[in-house]
Design a protein around this ligand. Structure first.
Ligand code: FEO
Ligand code: CA
Ligand code: CA
Length: 630
């Protein structure tokens, strides 16, 4: 049951994860599926998309897009893309109309923020039936002042008022959306509507809460904090909360880390000695290292938000560790415990797993609210013989003791990278999205690339030096047990152009000249377990980022096909299906990135002469209302 005073006009049940899964998953037998999964990868001879719209082995029925780069968003013939909400649109009822020439912080904190990244769609069931309604929860990862403000200031040139706008354009937006003949529309009167910003009050839980190192001028006991920012991807729990991942937080703190008590931690996190790019710390003490030297320890966490209760206090769940969290792929294990898969998105960083100590209780939503505070965090080592070993990151175990600077589990989660360094973990090629396939029960890992990797640093799970294009791994827990210590794993694709030998790319042999991709970033699965990947980085090769989809088992395994093309400069992120698979939601982030307010590379999606481009959430559907991808 929905625990809130959400919408008194009609009874609404927030779906349990079982209900969502019932809609999502045809419930095939996992082992039966895995039995047909094995198909070796080869560097293909390319097929022409012009002559062959559907490779016989693929279950995907759409006509593949052609690779390209222009000002528009493209979807296949027979599909349409509809803007659901975009930067500056109202989130709260009293939001003023968007005026990009006179934007204010007061307006921005009521409006949809900038650079929408992750999105969660929590379907709303009425009387137990899917209703064409849902709660949309969206991260606003970062901003592009040169595209947001007239005269295109750099970050460090923002005035005090522009800095306040910039801050309020970060965080998260929560809106209810409803489907009608015109597509998905925001429900203006919904009581879930909420903006979460870098100034929203939050609290800590878990082993770092109340830790001495967490005390700051604005948090005397280290139990509370202000806000969330740099929110990249995330996850949805079975009890209907959303996890948002704080990623590149290091660039927001103003000043000099040299000589600070936490200098070692900040250096390992990837801080530069002096950071002056963003003005936040010039105007707000919580981002000023001289005034609040421990403030960076308040950032880099997984934050849990209850989207059904707009008055709830978001919680930073410190048991899941502190790093540049890309996202948090959530899975309910067969024994009822909850498993979170997390990538730390930087070159040579690690993959983490958290397994709760206690079991999920479907009958009592509130009983699950602190489930993520107790459990075991571990880090992955990939071995050359195709095994993955999870090493527990537990205070007192192995090297995680006083001699190495760890005095309690709080130190382990605060110094997560340092702890993982001591565990023989595998240094990965920028791990981004990690999601569990609901049909196969296997875990897919998007590794977006690592151009710095040297030949001598190649390993089985990161097999290419100068890995400009990234790759995808598939992890297989034994018997579907996601709490097991040892998994199997295999390479799924090596991204890049399979027709260019130096790329050393690998796909299914039927992959067309438009079907290969670069820099996989986020992913999701449809009801049939097919993988839908978004990319971040194609523009430098002269074509647009977008969505590529493929089967993961059967004759079409790893036969990637081009489904969506972003406008120039834009990245696609946050792919998410409606339960009936009739809609695929995704974020178009930073359209026209690299250009300016006055001379943008595109004015998507409005194409109005006085409007800059606007990051937006889009809903993609078939014109005949059928299942996306069929
Ligand atoms: Fe925010 Fe790792 O992308
Ligand atoms: Ca990302
Ligand atoms: Ca990225």
């Amino acid at each position: 049951m929905c625990p809130t005073n959400y919408d008194s006009a009609s009874p609404i049940d927030a779906p349990t994860f079982e209900q969502i899964l019932t809609l999502h998953v045809p419930r095939r037998q996992v082992l039966q599926v895995l039995g047909v999964a094995a198909l070796s990868l080869r560097a293909p001879g390319l097929r022409s998309a012009a002559t062959e719209s559907v490779y016989p082995g693929s279950s995907l029925g759409f006509k593949e897009l052609r690779r390209g780069l222009d000002e528009q968003l493209h979807v296949p013939a027979g599909y349409r893309a509809q803007v659901v909400i975009r930067w500056g649109d109202p989130v709260l009822p009293n939001a003023p109309a968007f005026d990009p020439t006179r934007q204010t912080a007061d307006a921005q904190q009521l409006q949809f923020g900038y650079n929408n990244d992750y999105l969660a769609f929590l379907p709303v069931a009425v009387g137990g039936v899917a209703s064409g309604r849902g709660v949309l929860v969206v991260n606003h990862e970062y901003t592009n002042p040169r595209l947001m403000f007239p005269r295109s200031p750099a970050y460090h040139q923002l005035s005090a008022e522009q800095t306040a706008v910039d801050i309020m354009a970060h965080g998260m937006s929560i809106v209810e959306i409803r489907q009608n003949a015109g597509g998905w529309k925001r429900v203006p009167e919904s009581r879930v509507s909420r903006r979460i910003t870098p100034l929203t009050r939050m609290r800590f839980s878990g082993p770092a809460a109340g830790h001495d190192r967490m005390r700051t001028v604005y948090s005397r006991h280290g139990l509370q904090t202000q806000g969330t920012f740099a929110n990249c991807a995330g996850g949805v729990t079975p009890w209907g909360t959303v996890l948002t991942a704080e990623e590149n937080v290091q660039q927001y703190f103003y000043g000099d880390i040299r000589g600070l008590a936490e200098e070692e931690n900040y250096r390992r996190f990837g801080f530069r000695p002096v950071t002056l790019e963003l003005n936040w710390g010039r105007y707000y003490h919580q981002w000023n290292l001289a005034e609040n030297p421990n403030a960076p320890l308040h950032a880099g966490w997984i934050v849990e938000v209850d989207p059904y209760d707009s008055m709830s206090t978001p919680v930073k769940r410190t048991a899941l560790g502190r790093c540049r969290h890309e996202g948090c792929g959530v899975w309910r294990n067969q024994d009822g415990r909850i498993v979170c898969y997390m990538g730390d998105d930087q070159e040579y960083e690690y993959i983490y797993r958290f397994v709760t100590r206690n079991r999920y209780r479907p009958d009592n939503r509130a009983a699950n609210f602190d489930l993520l505070d107790e459990g075991e965090l571990s880090v992955a080592e990939f071995t050359p013989d195709g095994k993955l070993v999870w090493h527990p990151l537990v205070y007192g175990l192995g090297p995680l003791v006083k001699n190495n600077g760890f005095n309690n589990q709080g130190d382990v989660v605060i110094d997560l990278r340092k702890a993982a360094d001591l565990m023989n973990a595998t240094r990965m090629d920028r791990p981004e999205g990690m999601e569990v396939n609901p049909v196969t029960g296997t875990v897919f890992v998007m590794l977006t690339g690592n151009a710095m990797r040297q030949r001598a640093e190649q390993d089985a799970a990161n097999p290419r030096s100068r890995n400009h294009f990234g790759h995808v791994l598939e992890l297989t827990p034994p018997g579907g047990d996601h709490s097991a210590s040892i998994y199997d794993w295999e390479l799924f694709i090596l991204a890049g152009d399979p027709n260019t030998a130096p790329h050393r790319a690998q796909y299914h042999e039927g992959t067309t000249e438009h079907g290969w991709l670069v820099n996989p970033d986020n992913c999701t699965f449809d009801n049939r377990g097919r993988l839908w990947m978004t990319t971040d980085g194609a523009n430098v090769l002269g074509f647009a980022d977008g969505i590529w989809a493929c089967d993961v088992f059967g004759a079409g395994r790893a036969l990637t096909r081009h489904f969506l093309r972003a406008p120039i400069g834009g990245e696609v992120s946050g792919p998410r299906f409606s339960p009936d698979n009739a809609t695929l939601f995704c974020s178009i982030q930073h359209p026209a990135e690299g250009s300016t307010f006055d001379f943008p590379a595109t004015r998507w999606p409005d194409f109005r002469s006085n409007h800059p481009p606007r990051p937006a959430v889009v809903a993609i559907a078939r014109r005949d209302g059928g299942v996306v991808g069929s």
